[in-house]
Design a protein around this ligand. Structure first.
Ligand SMILES: *Cc1c(COP(=O)(O)O)cnc(C)c1O
Length: 408
């Protein structure tokens, strides 16, 4: 058994859901790339908000409203600090990565003209493809794809060749949710900047595994969803460099985002409020801050090291199953193992292991172009978090073996 510095059993006690059974078996939760589980500390923050100080923010002079505003803004500062962001007004609270990407794609409508080029990587989540296609339809800009190799790594030579004066935007995910590949952010960003293109990095999958210094990476935009890193659903951030956020037009109109409104003309609020129309997910934002506190109390370095051990062990054990093929074998990868067994549909494996209490994802993982690239309908995806154990890996391997014997 591999040694680790994490007290996994103590950590598991923080997650009430991990104590439950599914189909009469202890839950083995290996769908962390879709959403992570929630520790008691975050649940407490949610309950505390509704018990003690539920109120609308930035508006009331009354005590509850001030307490809620303070807690919400404190969460924004935790996020700022965690990602080493220069100013807290560069943290735009959104409903998550999809919302953040749409905000930017919408704003860029006014900056692009016909035949300008947008580069996206071949391993994107649909939420990082469709908004750009819609942007291209509105503006006449052209979407170009940075290809990948069979290991699931971007072909950097091809990327450098695609860059030109026409390139206005480059978009890719920091970590692929379907393959686990960690992309070389700094190299991609630096090259894009030499032609004056802006870069948006989808950090939805990376944020739970890698503590990212956004100033060091020099990205122009970065997106995060709280629910992939121990926080609640429906909240996340868009990080944007101040210069970009000032240039971008507002996304949605409404309350909170204005300075002054008359029927003739409205002037907009400053950052970050210009992009935060309406009552936000106040409780969610506060709970996101609590999730960051929780994960930082464990420490991202230990988390990353332990998850690497888990993935390595799971990879070795799964490969002992004859006919099993892993998709995504990048040298630099994290936390995700996508696989298939010759002659078996991924859905059938997922259904059988669910009977054993094991939650894995099956299908295209919102990344159909990747499945087309490998000419497969989908994969079985096991995705790991720091609260998973080596014993759970053994149960997965046993379950997949059982499924194989039943189906072949
Ligand atoms: C989950 C995920 C998204 C979408 O996040 P939402 O929270 O559903 O908006 C986008 N990209 C990647 C890589 C993801 O893993």
């Amino acid at each position: 058994m591999i040694e680790t510095t994490l007290d996994i059993q103590a950590i598991r006690k923080d997650f009430p859901i991990l104590q439950r059974e599914v189909n009469g078996k202890p839950l083995v939760y290996l769908d962390n790339a879709a959403t992570s589980q929630t520790p008691q500390q975050v649940i407490d923050a949610i309950v505390d908000y509704y018990h003690r100080y539920n109120a609308n923010i930035h508006r009331g002079v009354h005590t509850l409203s001030q307490e809620a505003t303070d807690a919400y803004e404190a969460a924004r500062q935790k996020i700022q600090k965690h990602f080493n962001i220069a100013h807290s007004h560069e943290v735009i609270m959104t409903s998550g990565t999809t919302d953040s990407i749409n905000l930017v794609a919408n704003g860029f409508s006014s900056f692009l003209k016909k035949n300008d080029e947008i580069l996206v990587s071949a391993m994107e989540h649909h939420s990082n493809i469709v908004p750009w296609q819609m942007l291209c339809e509105r503006t006449g800009a052209v979407l170009k794809v940075i290809p990948m190799n069979l290991e699931g790594e971007l072909i950097m030579e091809e990327y450098h060749k695609l860059l030109s004066e026409k390139t206005k935007l480059v978009f890719f995910n920091h970590v692929s949710n379907a393959l686990g590949t960690i992309n070389p952010v700094k190299e991609i960003v630096d090259a894009a900047h030499t032609v004056g293109a802006a870069v948006l990095v989808d950090g939805a999958q990376a944020a739970a595994h890698i503590k990212t210094d956004l100033q060091a990476l020099d990205v122009d935009f970065y997106t995060v969803s709280a629910h992939k890193m121990c926080g609640p659903t429906g909240v996340g951030i868009l990080y944007g460099k101040e210069e970009w956020l000032k240039k971008l037009p507002p996304y949605q109109g409404g309350g909170e985002m204005i300075a002054e409104v008359t029927f003739e003309k409205t002037t907009y609020a400053g950052l970050p409020h210009k992009f935060e129309a309406g009552t936000p997910n106040i409780c969610g934002g506060i709970a996101f801050g609590a999730a960051l506190d929780y994960m930082n109390s464990i420490g991202f370095e230990v988390i990353a090291q332990y998850e690497d051990e888990l993935v390595q062990y799971a990879t070795e054990q799964l490969l002992t199953i004859e006919g099993l093929k892993i998709y995504g074998t990048a040298a630099n990868k994290t936390s995700v193992i996508s696989f298939n067994i010759d002659g078996i549909h991924p859905y059938d494996i997922g259904t059988i292991v669910d009977k054993l209490g094991i939650a894995v994802r099956t299908g295209h993982h919102c990344a159909q172009p990747i499945m087309d690239f490998y000419k497969i309908p989908g994969t079985v995806r096991a995705s790991f978090s720091f609260y998973n154990t080596m014993e759970e890996v053994d149960k997965l391997v046993e379950g997949v073996n059982r499924a194989k014997n039943m189906l072949l």
